[in-house]
Ligand binder design. Structure first.
Ligand SMILES: Cc1cc2nc3c(=O)[nH]c(=O)nc-3n(C[C@H](O)[C@H](O)[C@H](O)COP(=O)(O)OP(=O)(O)OC[C@H]3O[C@@H](n4cnc5c(N)ncnc54)[C@H](O)[C@@H]3O)c2cc1C
Ligand SMILES: *[C@@H]1O[C@H](CO)[C@@H](O)[C@H](O)[C@H]1NC(C)=O
Ligand SMILES: *[C@@H]1O[C@H](CO)[C@@H](O)[C@H](O)[C@H]1NC(C)=O
Ligand SMILES: *[C@@H]1O[C@H](CO)[C@@H](O)[C@H](O)[C@H]1NC(C)=O
Length: 429
């Protein structure tokens, strides 16, 4: 299909992928770019991209992402564009036993000239934390600090990018849930929304995040874009604690998957485990097999925020190993936050094999947010047919699994058991 700058482009989903794609297309002179989002409030409260913080790291075992992340970090630092969305706290990766992902990430960070401190013993590790903070890590800990990294106030970044898209003449329409792809003569011509609205387009970009597979069952994306619920815990610190922990780096252990942020402006700390997570397999019209479907605050109210009790316990155990003085505090709330996972952690960007008029831009696999300023460039290159052949293959919808070390712990996601979800009482120590 020949896409030109006067083509009508419809983007489904106003998260990291959809907004960044719109932004880069508009910068390249596209004039008719519309984003629709199912949520009546955008940024959607349950979108993966809407959050108090996300890690911004270049520490990747795959040098492609390490390089792209460094470009994103350079962009994040432009305060005229992003205000104080980005906080360069540094990212500390401990090494506790063998961990080939961290080893390879270190090699890549060094090769790309990142500001690295190699921490060869426990006292060196302690020295990168503020003096008043008690660290529980064992004596054999080593690791490294990458000063070129930190975290982003994720929702703020999304809001800022929405404003940029609007300023460039893009349209963003809330409260439009796409429920059907419209076809004529074997090719997709537009979409229909749950309220009956129809949008015609020359090209449809599906960037519906963890809802992509369940929203479009006929595209058979259930395994390639698997929705997995990830367990997040948040704690309210006192102002004194907030001051004490403020200058901590992001803590990111690829071995256990546990990571934690320094307190934000409201003295809230967020922690999670980067793992295979949980599925919620539900029957889907037009698909013979069930498809994992997000369960969130929008679908289930406050219940949709609850994580399995066992995961809450694990978070507390991991917290105790790093910051023992916080380990007895109550959690303020939890969130089941949904990744869109490909089997190899690489994104899915490219035309759907059944129809070149459908372009996928998704499968963040738990690590796409940091690329908000630049990821749309990759999608725009794909749309304009100028993506490098190696990247076409890397991100192709119908690729064979790419082989590199994945960052994730655990093998298979587990099915959510609703009677095992934590209750408000479980949040107390
Ligand atoms: C717990 C957690 C922690 C993470 N931590 C990090 C991190 O530290 N660093 C990092 O870089 N990345 C991180 N990520 C990954 C990152 O958040 C995602 O890769 C990224 O935000 C995905 O963006 P998206 O556009 O694909 O999806 P989303 O942001 O979820 O956006 C999808 C949008 O599509 C809309 N939509 C869905 N279905 C429809 C429909 N049928 N019709 C219309 N609209 C629809 C939704 O309302 C939503 O607004 C994390 C993710 C989670 C869940
Ligand atoms: C770590 O790797 C070394 C060398 O590859 C090996 O000898 C050792 O048994 C490994 N240790 C663990 C805990 O896996
Ligand atoms: C710990 O490692 C640092 C370098 O990372 C070194 O300067 C220091 O001497 C080491 N300390 C001990 C006790 O080995
Ligand atoms: C489908 O193809 C027929 C024959 O080529 C054409 O007349 C018709 O306009 C096409 N319909 C659409 C919606 O493109």
């Amino acid at each position: 299909m020949d896409v030109t700058t006067s083509s009508e482009i419809l983007i489904v989903g106003a998260g990291c992928f959809g907004l960044s794609t719109a932004y880069h297309l508009l910068k390249r002179g596209f004039r008719r770019v519309t984003i629709v989002d199912r949520s009546s409030v955008i940024p959607a409260p349950d979108a993966a991209s809407t959050d108090i913080n996300k890690i911004v790291r270049s520490s990747y075992s795959d040098i492609y992402y390490a390089r792209l992340a460094r470009e994103a970090i350079a962009a994040w630092k432009d305060e005229k564009e992003w205000g104080d969305t980005y906080h360069e706290s540094g990212v500390f990766c401990p090494l506790l036993g063998n961990d080939s992902y961290t080893d390879q990430a270190y090699v890549n960070d060094i090769a790309l000239g990142a500001r690295i401190e190699n921490l060869e013993n426990a006292s060196a590790v302690r020295s990168v934390f503020p003096p008043g903070v008690k660290i529980g890590l064992p004596e054999e800990v080593t690791g490294y600090l990458n000063r070129d990294g930190g975290w982003a106030f994720a929702e703020e970044g999304v809001s800022r990018l929405m404003s940029k898209v609007l300023a460039l003449g893009g349209q963003i329409i809330a409260g439009k849930q796409v429920v059907e792809l419209l076809r004529a003569n074997g090719s997709t011509t537009g979409v229909r929304c749950s309220d009956g609205t129809v949008f015609d387009a020359d090209l449809i970009v599906l960037s519906a995040g963890s809802w992509t597979a369940s929203s479009f069952p006929s595209l058979d994306l259930g395994q390639k874009c698997l929705a997995t619920g990830q367990c997040v815990g948040l704690m309210q610190l006192t102002p004194e604690e907030g001051e004490r922990y403020r200058k901590c780096p992001v803590y990111l252990d690829f071995n256990s998957g546990f990571y934690m942020f320094p307190p934000n402006a409201d003295n809230v700390v967020k922690m999670a485990i980067h793992a295979s997570g949980y599925t919620q397999m539900l029957p889907a019209d037009g698909s013979t097999s069930p498809i994992s479907t997000p369960r969130t605050i929008q679908s289930h109210g406050e219940q949709g925020l609850r994580i399995p009790r066992s995961a809450l316990k694990e978070l507390r155990q991991e917290l105790a190993k790093v910051y023992p003085e916080l380990a007895a505090k109550p959690f303020s709330w939890t969130r089941l936050c949904w990744y869109t996972d490909s089997p190899d952690d690489d994104w899915v960007i490219g035309p759907h094999p059944s129809d070149p008029k459908i372009m996928l831009a998704t499968a963040g696999s738990g690590h796409a947010y940091k690329f908000l300023p630049v990821i749309g460039r990759v999608v725009a290159d794909s749309i304009q047919g100028v993506l490098h052949p190696a990247l076409i293959r890397k991100f192709a919808v119908d690729r064979q699994q790419n082989s590199h070390t994945v960052s994730r712990v655990g093998n298979q996601p587990r099915e959510l058991e609703l009677d095992q979800l934590c209750t408000p009482e479980d949040l107390l120590a």
